[in-house]
Write a protein that binds this ligand. Structure first.
Ligand code: SF4
Ligand code: FES
Length: 248
């Protein structure tokens, strides 16, 4: 099959970017979206042109590296998934496809479709850890955890840090990401000592980094490839308020 794909090309962080249209032949329905970009890049390199820069690593939905906007939707239209798990059979060859980088102030474009997502690492550094000495694995198993809490922690820990929630949010908020990272620690016994300061510090840091405020628009959870629910944000808001009350 042949597709018409308009791709954001930008030579560097301060360069002016633009959409460039390519006709990409030899694409099969079974190919992933990234494999379609591979086909294009092989051709561009043979022709002596710069290949399209895009982030990727695992190509199996677990590393969170591959996010791009496809036809205005984070990770592409249809069922929420990662870009590497998206297949070309979902696209109509008669319709052009538009591919852009994540658009959010804290995610500056590095080149083409690659953005700098280290702002999410800064949020983790502000509190996404536990200082408790939890011992070795057998010691951790000796501490009973109620099943509902274990399930909530497991669900939140599925976040892969892709940033789709930020890209989809009309406010550019990272609340779903931050809430997932705070929740998977905050509901476990080992995470209790720092539960409230963790929530406060992570939210303050995301605000300082330029992420927008959350207005519970819900666009984040609609595109989240790991199905992190909005209730995770409510839990984080509760812990941030509790931190303020404890301090006051
Ligand atoms: S909450 Fe979902 S969309 Fe946001 S970074 Fe985590 S996995 Fe990606
Ligand atoms: S390349 Fe790892 S999630 Fe897509």
């Amino acid at each position: 099959m042949k597709y018409r794909v308009q791709i954001w090309r930008q030579a560097g962080p301060t360069a002016k970017g633009r959409l460039v249209e390519y006709e990409i032949d030899g694409v099969t329905a079974e190919m992933s979206f990234l494999e379609m970009l591979d086909v294009l890049n092989e051709r561009l390199q043979l022709e002596g042109d710069d290949p399209v820069a895009f982030d990727h690593d695992c190509r199996e939905g677990i590393c969170g590296a591959c996010g791009v906007m496809i036809d205005g939707v984070a990770h592409g239209p249809g069922k929420a998934t990662t870009t590497c798990q998206l297949h070309m059979r979902q696209f109509d060859p008669a319709e052009p496809i538009v591919v852009e980088p994540w658009r959010a102030a804290p995610f500056p474009v590095v080149r083409d479709l690659v953005v700098d997502r280290t702002a999410l690492d800064r949020v983790i550094e502000a509190g996404g850890y536990i200082s408790t000495r939890a011992g070795a694995a057998p010691d951790a198993h000796a501490l009973p955890v109620p099943k509902p809490d274990a399930d909530t922690a497991f669900e939140a820990a599925a976040c892969i840090g892709c940033g789709a929630c930020v890209a989809a949010c009309p406010n550019g908020s990272s609340m779903l990401f931050t809430a997932a990272k705070a929740t998977h620690l905050g509901v476990l016994p080992q995470g209790q000592p720092e539960r409230y300061t963790r929530a406060r510090d992570m939210v303050e840091t995301q605000d300082d980094l330029g992420f927008g405020g959350c207005t519970l628009a819900g666009e984040c959870t609609a595109v989240c490839p790991k199905g992190i629910p909005l209730s995770t944000i409510s839990r984080l808001n509760h812990d941030v308020l509790s931190a303020a009350m404890r301090a006051g």
